[in-house]
Design a protein around this ligand. Structure first.
Ligand code: AMP
Ligand code: MG
Length: 490
């Protein structure tokens, strides 16, 4: 543990990952961005570190995010990992453009990684340029803060910085950086790297590190690593329930993008469903639809199986299999919890699952916005008020009947409608992060007008509460702008 001074704050640096040694990460140095400009910063994320808002306004903070200065006496590091990408194994990946600037302990003793994405070339850059473009940095910045607000586990984002440096993608864009916060950046792919290179000593060192730092509650189990694998699986199930309940498509669920803590990690061509289209593929590079919305749960299970393989030296096959068998039931349990909450159902009744399934069938093919529908249910003064929505369905009578059944279940005798509205509004966002909204903010940012990014970030960080001036964010996407094609390029 080392004390460092930064923007008037006294910070505790704990380079726990660096101490694992040279097999795990190498020392690197960020490349400074020319003429850096702060696009936006997140006070909510800063609060996780115990930093007051004014830190974000200081030149020293901009210099850090721009890669101009490092934390004093704490060298940046790039981690090595591997991963299954679209089902095929890539033996070595690693931080090709991200750098771990520091690990800090906040006043609660929590360890936080500060990771600068777009920080330049590292030994793991392969043919890449080490850059992140403004577009994808803004997308991750707003999306991670939005998912956090929805109560879905995710890495966080402190700030985005823009520059004048041109970067070649499909078109020429500008280089940017994103300062990401996470309790850890250890991915499933870290374990795979050491397993498939037969560096078993290092593999076990990594397992013990993750156990010690992130799953201390598993240390007292008969087989702590077995317990840890079960805990990782459980957290992943909970994560997927959040994604599926809110219509979030990740787009690139490769094992190198799967956090060992079950957090949403590495935002790329993600999308929120507009209409309920279960087979939706948000990533235009995903030709086979491997990561289609309705395959995400299965793919998470596939990824856990790949991770489980790396535990076979220290956990028996049978317990690993049994853990994997519990994944789907755990997912269903969390999904039901989420959907009951979204529908304002109190307690648990046998018919709830059928009610949810019926709704999803009806919404499929309906010209209704998925997330907005839940907000409409939340706001309703009466069931009659909702009946016109049936006109947007293939068989209007089906939704009418469903609405009556739902109302009966959600409004038992004696329940106050205002109370139902309130609890439902607290879990059903008024503002949903649609790609068209981000796109408009990005276009303004390309003209160096960052106000729309900041405003969108503000709305999406508090998506349940109506705020004057934000009406636009509550609107469904115009049909001609739905299904925006997004590629992996970032
Ligand atoms: P991603 O698709 O962002 O999850 O990245 C997959 C791998 O490619 C990771 O090892 C990244 O570090 C690396 N990578 C992605 N983009 C770049 C880039 N522009 N320069 C260097 N490495 C990159
Ligand atoms: Mg990645």
């Amino acid at each position: 543990m080392k004390k460092i001074e930064f923007c008037g704050q006294s910070l505790q640096s704990d380079d726990a990952f660096a101490r694992l040694g040279a097999h795990f990460s190498v020392q690197v140095q960020p490349r400074p961005l020319p003429s850096p400009r702060l696009v936006a910063a997140s006070p909510q994320a800063a609060a996780l570190l115990g930093w007051p808002q004014d830190v974000l306004d200081q030149p020293g903070f901009l210099a850090l995010v721009a890669g101009e200065t490092a934390f004093e006496g704490v060298p940046a590091r790039a981690m090595v990992y591997a991963g299954h990408q679209f089902g095929g194994y890539t033996p070595q990946l690693g931080d090709g453009r991200g750098q771990l600037l520091a690990q800090l302990r906040n006043q609660k003793g929590e360890l936080w990684d500060l990771h600068l994405k777009g920080a330049g070339i590292t030994p793991f850059s392969r043919d890449g340029d080490g850059c992140a473009v403004l577009r994808s940095s803004i997308r991750e910045f707003i999306a991670s803060e939005h998912l956090a607000a929805l109560g879905i586990a995710t890495t966080r984002a402190l700030a985005v910085v823009d520059s004048d440096m041109p970067v070649r993608r499909e078109l020429t864009e500008t280089a940017a950086t994103l300062l990401r916060l996470a309790r850890t950046h250890v991915r499933f792919g870290h374990f795979e790297y050491f397993y498939y290179t037969r560096q078993y000593k290092q593999l076990h060192q990594l397992m013990d590190y993750v156990l010690e730092q992130h799953y201390p509650q598993c240390r007292t189990a008969d087989n702590p690593l077995q317990a840890m694998f079960a805990a990782i699986s459980e957290r992943t199930a909970e994560l997927l329930a959040g994604w599926q309940a809110y219509g979030f498509c990740h787009g690139v669920m490769n094992t190198d993008n799967m956090s060992i803590l079950g957090e949403t990690l590495d935002y790329g061509p993600f999308a929120f469903l507009e209409r309920y289209q279960p087979g939706y593929v948000c990533n235009s590079s995903d030709i086979g639809g491997r990561y289609a919305f309705d395959r995400q749960v299965e793919m998470a299970e596939w990824n856990l199986t790949a991770l489980g393989q790396t535990f076979t030296g220290r956990v028996g096959l049978e317990p690993l299999r049994q853990t994997l068998e519990k994944f789907y039931p755990a997912y269903r349990k969390y999904y039901l919890q989420r959907m009951r909450a979204r529908l304002g159902l109190q307690g648990a009744e046998n018919g709830d699952e059928a009610l949810i399934e019926r709704l999803l069938k009806i919404l499929q093919g309906a010209e209704l916005d998925y997330n907005r529908f839940f907000r409409q249910l939340s706001d309703a003064e009466s069931v009659e008020q909702l009946l016109p929505l049936a006109g947007f369905c293939v068989v209007p009578a089906d939704l009418q009947k469903w609405l009556q059944d739902w109302w009966q279940r959600a409004m038992p005798a004696g329940r106050d409608n205002a109370q139902r509205q309130q609890v439902m509004q607290a879990v059903n966002p008024l503002y949903v992060l649609r790609n068209s909204l981000i796109q408009d903010a990005i276009e303004a940012a390309h003209r160096q007008d960052y106000a729309p990014v900041r405003q969108l970030h503000e709305a999406m960080s508090q998506p349940f509460v109506a705020q004057p001036g934000f009406e636009l964010y509550a609107q469904p996407t115009a049909p001609e702008r739905q299904g925006w094609p997004l590629s992996c390029s970032s």
